[in-house]
Structure formats: C-alpha cells, structure tokens
Design a protein around this ligand. Structure first.
Ligand code: 4FN
Length: 261
C-alpha cells in the first residue's frame, strides 16, 4: 500500500525539495508514497484568480479565502478515496497546533493518507478550519513565511516510518532506543584529527563494550542537554542496565566538573 499525501499550497513547486532528493526522493520514485498538490488558485473563477482578501476588523496582512481551500479539500478527499485510502485526516500546519514530536509522527504513520494544508499571509479564514480541519499541528515556536516548510517536515518524518523507505543500515538504528534519546557521538577516519583522537573503546573491537559506551553517551547527553526527553524516557520505562550506565555517567561527570584542568 502506498501512503497518499495531498498537499494544498499556493507554491506546489516547493515540494520538489522532498520528491526529488535523498531518501524521500527515492521513496517517491519507488511508489512507497505519493504526493499530489492542489493549488487554490486553480479553483478560482475571477480573472485575477483571487485566493486572499482583507481581514474583517481591519489591520495589516491578508487572509486566505475559505472557498478555494474548501474546493481543494473536497478534490483531495475524492482523490484519496479513488486511491483506496481508508484512514485519512485533514491537517493544518499552524503555530496554534499541537507541537510535532515522534509520538505524533507514529500516530500519523498508522493512517494510509493525509491531506495537509499550508498557510500563507496571516493564515486561513477560521471558518474553513472549523469546518474542514481535524488536526492542527505546529513544528515549533518561531515565525515563518508560510506553512510549506512545516508540511515538508511532517512528510519527511512520516515517509521515514514507511516500511522500505530506509535502507537496512538506516532502519537498524531506528527500532532501538534512538526514538527517545539523543544520539551518541560519531567518529570516522582519521583516528587522530588536529590532535583529537577517537575514544579508545571504539577501536577495541569489543562490540558489547561499544554498545554499552554508546548507550551511556546517549543517556548522559540526554541528561545534560534535554532533561525533558530523559524524563519521558524514564516514565516510559528504563532498564536496570540503562539506570546503571546513567549513574556511572553522572558520577564521572561530577568528578570531571571539579577538575581544574
Ligand atoms: N506561520 C508565532 C506567532 C504568530 C505568528 C507566527 C507565524 C505562516 C500563515 C502562519 C510557523 C511556525 C511553526 C506552521 C508565529 C507553522 C508556522 C509552524 C506558520 C503564514 C500564518 C505562519 C508564537 C510561534 C512565534 C506565519 C510564534 N508549524 N505566522 O509564524 O505557518 O506549522
């Protein structure tokens, strides 16, 4: 089964960024997902092809008209049905939405399709959201010029969850702890770079020792840099080994902190 994405956007060409390059480019070519774009401008009847208007109540900026968007949503729903999509959602990417995280990505990847709306200007007429949108999702707290990049971020995250999209080496690191912890440090050749050497354990050939070192680095860095992530990892369940490795890291970190050099 192919995952069906229908994207509603004033700038369809922007989506070449994900369909042409890298992992998501290869996946689209191999029909592991389909991406269809709908331009609200193509659903207008006036000669100027108007898709926005001034906000009631005054003020700066423009608001996207409900009607051309509604026609896009309807067309997208019909296309998804024709493609045999049984489980779909209409999602609007907006700063007002629930913040995207790996848990939400997993929820979306259980569906067979998604209809995604990118905003421009000051956003959508609220009545379109009320009538057509099921989920509002945000990728983070900063100002953007449009919802296209957020839609692409979401598609990239979901595409990576589709079986066959990642090659063997890429997906091997996926089902383990990487979902909930930060990565360990990575090194490649040369063994010594500008006087900095690779940690000895990585050259030891002792695979269980390496696994434990990496797990400890992941736990330690998450503890130092993202205590919020570590908290939810502990709530989900931490093994005795993980607990011990983290305690050892904390002791070593505490000892190093007090060193003068
Ligand atoms: N952004 C903020 C407050 C007020 C406005 C914005 C803002 C694009 C259509 C929305 C931005 C960020 C993450 C969509 C931001 C996202 C958008 C997103 C987005 C044009 C209207 C707009 C308090 C967050 C800084 C512009 C905060 N995830 N308005 O950026 O679409 O999905």
């Amino acid at each position: 089964m192919t995952f069906e994405f229908d994207v509603i956007t004033l700038f369809p060409e922007m989506f070449d960024c994900i369909t042409k390059y890298g992992v998501t480019g290869r996946a689209e070519k191999n029909n592991l997902y389909n991406l269809h774009t709908w331009d609200p401008r193509d659903f207008t009847k006036d000669t100027r092809r108007t898709v926005d208007d001034r906000p009631f109540g005054g003020g700066p900026g423009m608001v996207m008209l409900a009607q051309p968007l509604e026609k896009c949503v309807t067309a997208a729903k019909i296309r998804q049905e024709k493609c045999g999509v049984s489980d779909t959602r209409v999602v609007y990417l907006t700063p007002q939405g629930r913040t995207l995280d790996h848990k939400l990505v997993k929820e979306f990847s259980r569906l067979s399709g998604l209809i995604l709306i990118s905003g421009r200007y000051e956003g959508l007429d609220e009545r379109l959201i009320k009538q057509q949108v099921q989920d509002e999702v945000s990728i983070g707290d900063y100002v953007l010029s449009g919802g296209e990049l957020p839609v692409m971020v979401l598609i990239d995250c979901i595409a990576r969850q589709i079986p066959g999209v990642l090659g063997d080496p890429e997906s091997a690191s996926q089902d383990s702890f990487v979902d909930e912890l930060l990565d360990c440090p990575h090194y490649t050749r040369p063994e010594s770079y500008l006087g900095n050497v690779v940690p000895n354990v990585l050259l030891s050939g002792d695979h269980d020792k390496i696994r434990r070192w990496r797990l400890q680095q992941s736990l330690g860095r998450t503890w130092l840099r993202r205590p919020d992530l570590l908290k939810s990892k502990i709530e989900q369940g931490i093994t005795i080994e993980e607990k011990e490795l983290l305690e050892e890291f904390k002791i070593a970190y505490g000892a190093n902190k007090n060193k003068v050099n």
